[in-house]
Design a protein. Structure first.
Length: 256
């Protein structure tokens, strides 16, 4: 389906959202956000959609928030409209999200990619938080998510210098889970999404919640949360089905 700033596609239980402002390297503007928010929230409410791929073009996942749209904003404007806050719909989405990044993922582009549960990239990807070069700082979680992923030494250098990382450095430093050849990125992202979509929804949801919690709990709290989540899955039909299918040497048929 074509909107004006995004393209969407559904393939069974996997939905794909493609950022599509090629003339601006997919810079994130308000009109694009309106479409993204509507789409993500509708998919998240649809039980048939069990994984979401978010991607861009070969040249750019997104080169950041739209600088030209922000030039004239005042402090009051930014506060009053809670500037950029709508993009957190991606972080809040409960359906698993897979970012497939090729080319530039800068500023808000890098931050949106980091909001996704799984971050895959092509060998042509370039990541960075260049906000310092335009007199500002990351405003969509970059100082927090980048630091949690790559550690404070590298995050501090990237945020203070605006230097870009190539795909190899991004994988080595833990920003992305996997680098694949450009020609394989789409297929690998779809395959990853289909795989996640095929598992028990309850197990996927709880696994995801526990991994996310690891960034903000003590080890003891995180382990307690995981233990309770693990125990609770024994109340699901999918746990019985999964274990029975293993014992019977067949493929499980997960329901929810
Ligand atoms: N906002 C608005 N327009 C942008 C843009 C952005 N973030 N990034 C690129 N564009 C536009 C360019 O202005 C240009 O438009 P025109 O043809 O109308 O001049 C078009 O996209 C193509 O860009 P370039 O000609 O610059 O392409 P290039 O290949 O020479 O350079 C680039 C590519 C290095 C990514 C360069 O475009 C660039 O530095 N972009 C800005 C990156 C940036 O600073 N991002 C952070 C934005 S602030 C932010 O994101 C805050 C936050 O935390 C949420």
């Amino acid at each position: 389906m074509a909107n004006s700033h995004i393209l969407t596609e559904n393939n069974g239980s996997v939905a794909t959202l493609r950022l599509n402002r090629p003339e601006a390297l997919n810079a994130l503007n308000a009109a694009m956000l309106d479409e993204v928010k509507l789409t993500i929230e509708a998919w998240d409410a649809d039980p048939q959609i069990r994984a979401i791929v978010i991607t861009g073009s070969e040249k750019a996942f997104a080169a950041g928030a739209d600088i030209k749209e922000m030039i004239d904003k005042t402090h009051l404007d930014a506060m009053a409209e809670n500037l950029l806050d709508g993009w957190y719909c991606i972080a809040r989405c409960r359906t698993p999200t897979i970012a497939a990044v090729s080319g530039y993922a800068l500023g808000g582009g890098c931050e949106v990619a980091m909001m996704c549960d799984i971050l895959l990239c092509s060998d042509t990807a370039r990541f960075g938080q260049p906000e310092i070069t335009i007199g500002t700082i990351p405003g969509l979680g970059g100082t927090q998510r980048l630091t949690r992923r790559v550690g404070s030494a590298k995050a501090m250098e990237l945020v203070l210098t605006g230097r870009m990382m190539d795909a190899e450095e991004a994988e080595r430093s833990g920003l992305v889970s996997r680098v694949v050849p450009l020609a394989e990125l789409e297929a690998q992202a779809q395959e990853t999404a289909q795989r996640v979509a095929g598992f028990s929804g309850a197990a996927v949801r709880l696994a995801r919640d526990c991994v996310h919690a690891a960034g903000s709990t003590t080890l003891e709290q995180g382990i307690a949360l995981e233990q309770r989540a693990f125990h609770s899955l024994f109340g699901t039909e999918d746990q019985i089905e999964g274990m029975t299918a293993f014992a019977e040497k067949r493929t499980p048929n997960f329901k929810r």
